[in-house]
Design a protein around this ligand. Structure first.
Ligand code: C2E
Ligand code: MG
Ligand code: MG
Ligand code: MG
Length: 285
């Protein structure tokens, strides 16, 4: 009987593995057709300064799947990174972002808006990455100071010399860099000092327990002080409550992003949001 059970178990496991593999390859082929059939879209999550003025947005990819509906990046970015599809997808995101910046640069109200794009490790590892970004900036004729690239700490433990060189070439042209999800990885302070980063983004996991949790408070205060002392802008992500916002303002954080202000929005809604905040400030003044 034990033998039978063992064999049954083996078949079950095999079935699960096969189903997994089948689902993965379906996802892969769906991702490939998504690129061809332009099923991706960009959403924009406003980033505000302490006066409530929108300084820019983080660009977040969305996938409108013909059967599954809107799929979040959490469900496909990891897989796209493994298969290498992140390269063409990331290129598409950058191109769309440059086109958007181009469109804004002729409008006085939008001219200074900065867009922050998430960059995956394997994108930056490509030797063609820097020349490609530089070429896009030229092609669209955009002010490179409006383009920010978000890197994560996992990316930085790689070849730091190579990374520093690549970043420096883009910084020289005016592009800025931020360190995303700060505090969740293992970046050493010496890397932080060496890399030409202009912004630290405090991860949502430290913000969500503010202000009740004393260890989160300590971490957040320390990160803000660290950023300030290194001359970096500190931005808090995932700000959801007034109490969190107040704590951050009181401790010197100067930029904010989160559901308290707005979820990531499709372009028309983002434009309306900018219009409304401009109006609200006008009413206050
Ligand atoms: P991320 O770069 O850390 O982006 C912030 C995530 O937090 C976004 O999730 C955003 O919708 C969410 N968020 C913002 N404010 C709040 C809040 O107040 N509360 C809560 N609960 N969540 C908030 P999203 O859009 O699902 O993206 C998830 C991750 O996928 C991103 O994390 C980023 O790592 C990756 N990603 C998104 N777009 C791209 C892309 O174009 N390229 C690459 N390589 N990765 C991307
Ligand atoms: Mg990000
Ligand atoms: Mg983040
Ligand atoms: Mg995060």
């Amino acid at each position: 009987l034990q033998g039978v059970a063992a064999v049954a178990m083996m078949f079950m496991l095999l079935h699960i593995l096969q189903t997994d593999a089948a689902e993965r390859s379906e996802l892969d082929s769906d991702l490939r057709s998504a690129l061809r059939e332009e099923q991706f879209a960009l959403h924009y999550q406003p980033q505000l300064d302490s006066n409530g003025q929108v300084v820019g947005a983080e660009v977040l990819i969305r996938w409108q799947h013909p059967q599954r509906g809107l799929v979040s990046p959490a469900e496909f970015i990891g897989r796209a990174e493994k298969t290498g599809l992140i390269i063409p997808i990331g290129r598409w995101v950058l191109r769309q972002t440059c086109a958007q910046l181009r469109a804004w640069q002729d409008h006085p109200a939008c001219r200074d808006l900065r867009l922050a794009v998430n960059i995956s490790q394997n994108q930056l590892r490509q030797s063609s990455f820097v020349p490609e970004v530089l070429a896009m900036i030229e092609e669209y004729g955009i002010d490179a100071r409006c383009l920010e690239l978000e890197l994560t700490e996992t990316l930085i433990v790689q070849d730091v010399d190579d990374l520093t060189r690549k970043m420096a070439k883009l910084v020289e042209r005016g592009v800025s860099f931020s360190l995303d999800d700060f505090g969740t990885g293992f970046s050493s302070l010496s890397h932080l000092k060496r890399l030409p980063l202009s912004t630290l983004k405090i991860d949502r996991s430290f913000i969500c327990d503010l202000p009740a949790d004393s260890s989160s408070e300590t971490i957040v205060r320390t990160v803000i002080a660290l950023g300030q002392s290194m001359g970096m802008t500190v931005i808090a992500e995932g700000v959801e409550t007034e109490a969190q916002h107040r704590f951050l303002v009181d401790h010197g954080c100067t930029q904010f992003q989160g559901y308290l202000f707005s979820k990531p929005l499709p372009l028309p809604a983002f434009m309306t949001f900018i219009g409304n905040t401009v109006q609200a400030r006008g009413a206050v003044a």
